[in-house]
Ligand binder design. Structure first.
Ligand code: ATP
Length: 506
């Protein structure tokens, strides 16, 4: 493994480009910040993540149904949900460099020497903000040639800066104070216009989350299906946020994909128990697609930071190379959303309780996760560089993506040992065609067999099947099965191969 986390990110970005997982969007025009394209392997990997989630969340459960709502919804949806007024991040401008920062990701500290403030230092969010600020403070002390003991820095973010401090805090872009503005609320929704007129009456928004679709269609689903509480509505789809600082590759982008589910429960149900069950379900699901426990943790939002209607939010965090960050948020939202839409639309969003003969508005638990963030997590957890012996016993480097068979973009590669032996090629093609009906398979007859294994290792293919002389010359019709992680080889029949896939790819 590369020693430094920064190198690991670099290695992943480079592999992603080189092997066709992820490209910058519109690259021939210089790219567009915060947007990405998914190449052949990336598109397949994303699809596998979506398919696993949909199968486990919707198809294999009796209490959850699927939905696909439109990306552009009536603008009143976003007024009722609170997004028009409140879906904002605090923005700080640097008037000199024209750079923009998220105030809660820009940190500063007064530099105190011998009990006196000699100036301020600032740093952008990193793995070790305190150390970055301390180093900057030492530099400032040296530059100003002030004698005395430097106090340990006390960092705050820009949302906590007092008005009189703002002109004294240096901009990270210029290193000089005086150019940063006070934080102001910046709405992250992308606006567009619907129809030929482009005036205030035609303003609409690209959805910043898929969740509102489930709330707005709640009555439709209740009236047209046979769902009974508790039940969920799940959706996968694109969301758009005009993030102030898109960064960390596909971790925070402006166009991304969400997999969200609204689980409706009775107003008197034990929401805390249900919340905990969903957190555990999400953790187990992440493990099932290959994320190791060692990289997962929980973060419970402190009560004072919750929205007034929220009963509790727990994030499942993942240890990315750039720090421990939110992967999946599981929120207990009470009945806020349905109530807001009932009030704004004038259409009650209630269910009838047969036992009490009373109507009530269901409460909801919402697990919300980003497909792109999961994809980055599996790439980070699966990437490895190893020294391995080649066929002649010489040590060579191999790059391997240890992706779970569930999500690997290619499940099996079919490799005829040589490409000019008709019988070998015929058997390989026959197997390839059979496998293709059910699985994503690769056929590769180009180059030395060792090279072909390496190519598949980099793509995360769990198994290679080599059709060799033993296949055609000896009884049993067996192939060489080569495993990606152990690099071990054994002989396997076609029936056994299909059984292995059936068991591991679900
Ligand atoms: P963050 O605090 O990181 O901005 P959030 O709390 O605003 O995220 P939610 O609104 O809870 O995120 O969205 C649910 C999920 O959608 C997140 O857990 C994340 O996986 C994904 N997500 C949110 N914003 C982005 C983005 N800009 N790029 C990629 N994925 C995102």
């Amino acid at each position: 493994m590369p020693a430094e986390p920064a190198n690991l990110m670099e290695a992943i970005v480079s592999l992603a480009k080189r092997r066709g997982f992820i490209y910058p969007s519109s690259e021939i025009y210089g790219g567009l910040n915060g947007f990405f394209d998914y190449g052949p392997l990336g598109a397949e990997l994303k699809k596998k993540i979506r398919d696993c989630w949909w199968n486990d969340m919707v198809r294999r459960r009796d209490d959850i149904v699927g939905l696909e709502s439109s990306i552009i919804m009536h603008p009143d949806v976003w007024k009722a949900s609170g997004h028009v007024a409140g879906f904002t991040d605090p923005l700080v401008d640097c008037k000199v460099s024209k750079q923009r920062y998220r105030a809660d990701q820009l940190f500063f500290a007064p530099v105190v020497v011998a009990g006196k403030i000699i100036g301020y230092v600032s740093a952008l969010e990193s793995d070790n903000i305190a150390a970055d600020l301390q180093t900057a403070a030492e530099t400032l002390k040296r530059k100003k040639a002030v004698q005395g003991t430097l106090a340990p820095v006390q960092s705050r973010d820009m949302t906590e800066a007092k008005p009189e401090e703002i002109p004294l805090i240096p901009s990270p872009a210029t290193g000089e104070p005086g150019s940063l503005t006070a934080p102001r609320a910046f709405n992250m929704m992308f606006q567009t216009n619907v129809g030929a007129l482009s005036d205030a009456s035609s303003v609409a928004y690209l959805r910043p989350e898929t969740a509102q679709g489930m709330f707005v269609d709640f009555k439709n689903v209740v009236d047209t299906t046979r769902v009974k509480l508790p039940f969920g509505i799940a959706q996968i789809g694109k969301s758009f946020r005009n993030e102030i600082t898109p960064r960390n590759f596909i971790f925070r982008s402006r166009e991304f994909e969400q997999m969200e589910m609204e689980y409706f429960i009775h107003e008197d149900a034990d929401w805390a128990k249900c919340h905990e069950e969903w957190i555990a379900w999400c953790e187990a699901w992440l493990r099932s697609i290959g994320l190791p426990d060692s990289h997962l943790s929980r973060h419970a939002h402190p009560k004072e930071k919750l929205a007034f209607y929220s009963k509790g939010t727990v994030d499942i965090m993942f240890k990315y190379p750039f720090g421990v960050q939110e992967l999946w948020g599981i929120a207990a939202r009470g009945n806020y959303d349905l109530t807001q839409h009932a009030n704004a639309s004038g259409k009650p969003q209630e269910m009838f309780d047969e036992a009490t003969k009373k109507k009530f508005v269901p409460h909801v638990i919402e697990p919300a996760v980003g497909v792109d963030r999961i994809m980055l997590a599996v790439l980070c957890a699966g990437y490895a560089e190893e020294d391995v012996p080649d066929e002649k016993g010489n040590v060579e480097k191999r790059t391997v993506l240890r992706l779970s068979p569930r999500i690997a973009p290619v499940k099996v590669a079919v490799l005829p040992l040589i490409k000019n032996k008709e019988q070998l090629v015929g058997r390989a093609k026959d197997l390839y065609v059979k496998l293709k009906r059910k699985y994503a398979v690769n056929y590769d007859d180009g180059g030395a067999i060792g090279k072909r294994y390496r190519r598949q290792d980099e793509a995360g293919t769990p198994w290679c099947v080599t059709i060799d002389f033993e296949t055609i010359e000896k009884p049993g019709d067996t192939f060489t099965l080569r495993e990606r992680d152990s690099m071990k080889q054994r002989r396997i029949t076609e029936t056994e191969l299909f059984a292995l896939l059936e068991e591991q790819v679900y």
